[in-house]
Design a protein around this ligand. Structure first.
Ligand SMILES: *Cc1c(COP(=O)(O)O)cnc(C)c1O
Length: 406
């Protein structure tokens, strides 16, 4: 967990830099690097003091970026938290051992028994389980809402609504939410606005400029970028940071400096990786859109994706993750398509350098507030950094297997 820099300080340090320059420099202050390029992996449980005065100073400043106790962080975590706040915005960033832990702890920091929260119907599945199983047990009620509700969110707000949770685009089905419209109304009713911002990573959306109070990342995905670390972050604005920081600390949330080192390494190539993922995924999506087997493309950059207008207005780019729906008459056995892929292996956690594929037969069963209009299976792709023509060939062969021709 890091401490806020004042907004003035962060602006001074790098708001004049263009994004790719910030990606290279974020979090690399001399304080953490000691004159080399990268911060050291500083492992610690115990911090030792030589004098009562030193110990008192550390205790008094334990919420700031000083060495106090391993769980409060070391120079490695301070460097990573700084990097995230410099890229994403906000004033401080709390760290968690997974994206899921970031989501659940960020929600817990802002609700109490008797509250009501609004949760997007297309939330990441474990987020939904947390609401249905843990929050319900604590006496916090959840209402699921349509991701494209926009300003219509107002009619769902009750006297005890304390929090509105967004995820844009929606998990699997990719609907893009109207983040500024929802945030504005939520704030008018005194609610905190939390966003699962994993798809955009810290670089393709500026959540705090759109009214978000806490932006959450499964850093496991593009931040780490190499499919080898579980990590979560929650970055908060000034009004929400102290409560988020102290609540997460009280819950015992902390992360390994080795994992943070890998995440810092991942950040340095985030810009170039994202551009390549984006370019290749757009090419694959365009190719799929011309296939007769494909019913629709659910990629925010395509007009067929609900919320496409909001995507164009608010996002700075896309990435390798999107979905498409196969026409039911072509998909009697989607297994034939999935089995036998060379590059698109089946797996859940995306954001690494490798391509992935996943198919869902019954998307409608995963939601309660909105209907799902398609009969055929949804296929989600993560387009990796392989040569895009090899990837297209892989998919073309999959369609041949689907048609029983291979
Ligand atoms: C993967 C993911 C998470 C959870 O991250 P973990 O690190 O796997 O716990 C949360 N939200 C979204 C949108 C994700 O894709």
């Amino acid at each position: 967990m890091s401490n806020p820099k004042s907004p003035e300080q962060s602006r001074e340090s790098n708001n004049t830099q263009k994004q790719d320059t910030k990606i290279v420099n974020a979090g690399r202050s001399d304080k953490w690097t000691n004159g080399v390029v990268n911060p050291a992996v500083q492992r610690a449980s115990t911090v030792v003091f030589d004098s009562v005065k030193q110990m008192k100073h550390a205790t008094a400043n334990k919420a700031n970026q000083v060495l106090f106790y391993g769980r409060r962080g070391t120079s490695t975590s301070f460097a990573f938290s700084d990097a995230m706040t410099e890229l994403e915005g906000g004033v401080g960033c709390a760290l968690y051992p997974s994206g899921t832990a970031a989501i659940t702890n960020a929600i817990l920091a802002f609700v109490k028994t008797g509250d009501h929260i609004l949760m997007v119907d297309t939330a990441y599945e474990p987020t939904r389980s947390f609401c249905d199983n843990i929050l319900a047990k604590m006496g916090v009620e959840t209402t699921y809402y349509d991701p494209v509700v926009g300003a219509g969110i107002e009619s769902l707000i009750k006297g005890n609504t304390s929090l509105v949770f967004l995820e844009a685009p929606g998990s699997l089905t990719m609907e893009v939410q109207d983040i500024p419209a929802i945030s504005e109304i939520a704030h008018r009713h005194g609610c905190s606005v939390l966003l699962d911002n994993t798809w955009a990573s810290p670089i393709n959306l500026k959540p705090f400029e759109l009214g978000v109070d806490v932006s959450i990342q499964a850093a496991t995905k593009y931040v780490v970028g190499h499919s080898d670390v579980m990590l979560g972050t929650a970055t908060a604005n000034e009004a929400h940071w102290p409560q988020l920081r102290e609540s997460s600390y009280t819950m015992g949330q902390c992360t390994s400096p080795d994992d943070l080192y890998l995440a810092l390494r991942g950040i340095r190539t985030l810009g170039v990786r994202m551009k390549q993922h984006e370019q290749s995924a757009l090419k694959v999506a365009k190719w799929l859109s011309e296939r007769e087997e494909v019913e629709t493309i659910l990629h925010p950059a395509f007009p067929s994706c609900p919320g496409h207008e909001q995507f164009k207005r608010d996002f700075l780019g896309s990435n390798g993750l999107f979905s498409f729906v196969v026409k039911p008459e072509f998909a009697k056995d989607i297994t034939a398509f999935l089995d036998g892929m060379h590059h698109f292996k089946m797996g859940y956690s995306w954001g690494g350098f490798e391509s992935l594929i996943l198919a869902m037969q019954n998307v409608g069963a995963m939601r309660t507030a909105t209907d799902w209009q398609y009969q055929g299976p949804l296929v989600r792709l993560h387009v990796g950094l392989e040569d895009v023509d090899d990837l297209i060939e892989d998919l073309a062969k999959g369609f041949e297997r689907l048609a029983g021709k291979a």
